[in-house]
Design a protein around this ligand. Structure first.
Ligand code: DQA
Length: 149
């Protein structure tokens, strides 16, 4: 039985994972990450859907469409983390439990990556564990949702 339907959102340039700055982001592809999340979801009795876009508006639309369909969101907004009031407002608007994840530790990097517009809308943030950040985020979100029941 599926306990929860969860949405994983990947922002700009994450489609290039595996070939993009592998010294920072590792060699795991987005397809691999989505597969890992879906498999872990199955073990946990959770249906995981994944969506990537390089377009801010498409991500805003995906957040809106999550209402009534998903019980929670895991988001790696990529560079939009640091720039997008629109994504922040979309998350505030749908008010779904959200976990923010990053492959790299954004606080060890350039100053402009230290600020997240997403963080105040999230239950919490996991940053710096590569593909594991997503898995940890998934487990944290499931745990949070179970405790709401
Ligand atoms: C990222 C960190 C962001 O600063 C960057 O723009 C990304 C990826 C991460 O997962 O580490 O695209 O969100």
């Amino acid at each position: 039985m599926v306990q929860f339907n969860l949405l994983v959102l990947h922002g700009p340039n994450l489609n290039l994972l595996g070939q993009r700055e592998p010294n920072i982001y590792g060699v795991v592809t987005l397809e691999n990450i989505n597969h890992l999340l879906k498999e872990e979801g199955k073990k946990q009795g959770v249906e995981v859907s994944c969506f990537q876009s390089n377009h801010e508006g498409a991500l805003v639309d995906a957040i809106h469409q999550a209402m009534g369909k998903y019980q929670g969101i895991i988001i790696n907004a990529g560079a939009y983390t640091h720039t997008s009031v629109a994504l922040r407002d979309a998350l505030a608007g749908v008010d779904l439990p959200t976990v923010e994840v990053h492959l790299s530790n954004i606080y060890r990097r350039e100053e402009f990556r230290h600020h997240s517009y997403i963080a105040p809308m999230a239950i919490g943030q996991i940053s710096g564990f590569g593909a594991q950040s997503y898995l940890l985020g998934l487990l944290a979100l499931i745990d949070h949702l179970k405790n709401l029941k």
